[in-house]
Design a binder for this molecule. Structure first.
Ligand code: UD1
Ligand code: PEP
Length: 420
């Protein structure tokens, strides 16, 4: 397993190009199963999760090829509706295949998906929605099988605006008979991107981005050439990097509207943020001010930015409270930040953070993707050297993180297992 060695203390200054969004590209790649032709998806970020998705599509029978940031998926030869257990457990996003496979074959065979250790991540809302469309599920020997004579549109109320359940139901309903309505749907920008992608294939979906999505079933979906949106979490991570290193970073290829809650919190913390249509400039300050953060479904503050903010607030002026409401166990990075000297106390789902002068370099472990990103940020502002182990989590969701940071004047090196 690789590790990062980060030398702290450098100001990050310059320009960075934001990659395509992991959370948009994964359901979109799964959605290519819905057509029977050659699909081209552009601005693909080079991530471990994308590699896994390509492998899954290949196992189903698709012909998948990649040149730089463009992936072609010829889904005409897909002839299987079963995902092997070893692939299912590699990441959470394998679950996105459930809707498209059901739409295409009226059948699917999967096991529980894997993913970061941030608390239990049930799939009951996905199942409940798909059942409403007429799918019957049976479970046994670690596998879950779904079958339907045909998918029929339904009126579905989600108990919680789950991103994945909204996307799975949207994809399953594209070819269902009649109209499906999803109420209390998730409103994340990646859902709008999925709607745009599916409508480009000929689907009839309206309402993504609001809490009511209407899907009128169609008989056939065509292949498509589609470019995914930029990653708002990578964007936010670099914004925090500028803020905490007293840096000055111009972020290119961004959609400022998607990071409004992050911009608002940074400004509240005393950081200067300016933007035009597709660029954001963040200028840090010697010391940020304490702010309280509570994660909520979009357009609330993203849970995927909570760990990075915890790093920032660990050196803020004053006391901050960070409350995680989306995932049950997503405060583990507090333990690692404490190893670096942070003063953080956990009370239930909140972290009470007394800002200290400076973190100190240490050996820490990434427990999940964003915890890993938070530790990289911590290493950048710490005194001395920080070693971050288990960075395979970070590779799931950040394209070339070390070279992007080094280009801005940071100092990160990757050590492979043999040299650690
Ligand atoms: C690939 C992808 O897009 N991942 C994102 C997606 O994950 P994901 O789609 O898994 O997140 P959800 O919105 O579904 O989960 C939010 C909450 O709902 C619960 N839940 C979800 C489904 C279900 O059937 N039952 C249930 O109880 C989860 O346990 C969690 O507590 O949205 C999360 C919340 O913004 C982000 O952190 C992830 O980065
Ligand atoms: C939790 C995350 O992703 P996933 O849902 O793919 O595990 C994340 O991106 O922070």
């Amino acid at each position: 397993m690789d590790s990062f060695i980060v030398q702290g203390g450098n100001r990050l200054i310059g320009e960075v190009e934001i990659s395509g969004a992991k959370n948009a590209v994964l359901p979109i790649l799964a959605g290519t199963v819905l057509s029977s032709g050659k699909n081209v998806i552009r601005e693909i970020p080079l991530l471990r999760d994308v590699k896994v998705m390509k492998e899954v599509l290949g196992t189903l029978g698709a012909d998948v090829s990649q040149e730089n940031d463009v992936i072609s998926v010829d889904s005409s030869l897909i002839d299987s509706c079963e995902i092997p257990e070893y692939l299912m457990r590699k990441m959470r996003a394998t679950i996105f295949l459930m809707g498209p496979l059901l739409a295409r074959f009226n059948e699917v065979r999967i096991s529980q998906p894997g993913g970061c250790s941030i608390g239990p991540r049930p799939i009951d809302l996905h199942i409940k929605g798909l059942k409403a469309l007429g799918v019957e599920f049976t479970e046994g020997h670690g596998y879950l099988e779904g079958k339907a004579d045909e998918l029929v549109g339904a009126d579905i109320h989600l108990d919680f605006p789950s991103v994945g359940a909204t996307e799975n139901i949207m994809m399953a309903a594209t070819k269902a008979k009649g109209t499906t309505i999803i109420r209390n749907a998730a409103k994340e920008p990646e859902i709008i991107d999925l709607q745009n992608f599916l409508n480009g294939m000929g689907a009839q979906i309206r309402g993504a981005g609001t809490d009511l999505i209407k899907i009128k079933g169609v008989q056939k979906l065509e292949s498509i050439d589609y470019t995914v949106i930029p990653d708002r979490i990578e964007t936010g991570t670099f914004m925090v990097a500028a803020a905490i290193t007293n840096g000055d970073i111009l972020l290119n290829n961004v959609i400022p509207e998607h990071v409004e809650p992050i911009i608002a919190k940074l400004i509240e913390a005393g950081v200067e943020v300016k933007h035009n249509q597709d660029q954001i400039k963040v200028t840090g300050v010697p010391k940020v001010k304490a702010v309280d953060v509570k994660t909520l479904p979009y357009p609330g503050f993203a849970t995927d930015m909570q760990p990075q903010f915890m790093t920032m607030l660990s050196v803020a002026e004053g006391t901050s409270v960070v409350t995680e409401t989306i995932f049950e166990n997503r405060l583990k990075h507090a333990d690692e930040l404490r190893r670096m000297g942070a003063d953080i106390r956990i009370e239930s789902r909140s972290a009470i953070i007394n800002g200290i002068e400076r973190l100190s370099g240490s050996v820490v472990e990434a427990s999940d993707l964003r915890a890993g990103a938070a530790l990289v940020l911590a290493g950048l502002l710490a005194k001395g050297e920080t070693r971050i182990d288990s960075i395979y989590h970070i590779d799931r969701g950040y394209e070339n993180l070390e070279s992007k940071i080094n280009n801005l004047g940071g100092q990160i090196t990757r050590l492979s297992t043999t040299s650690v």
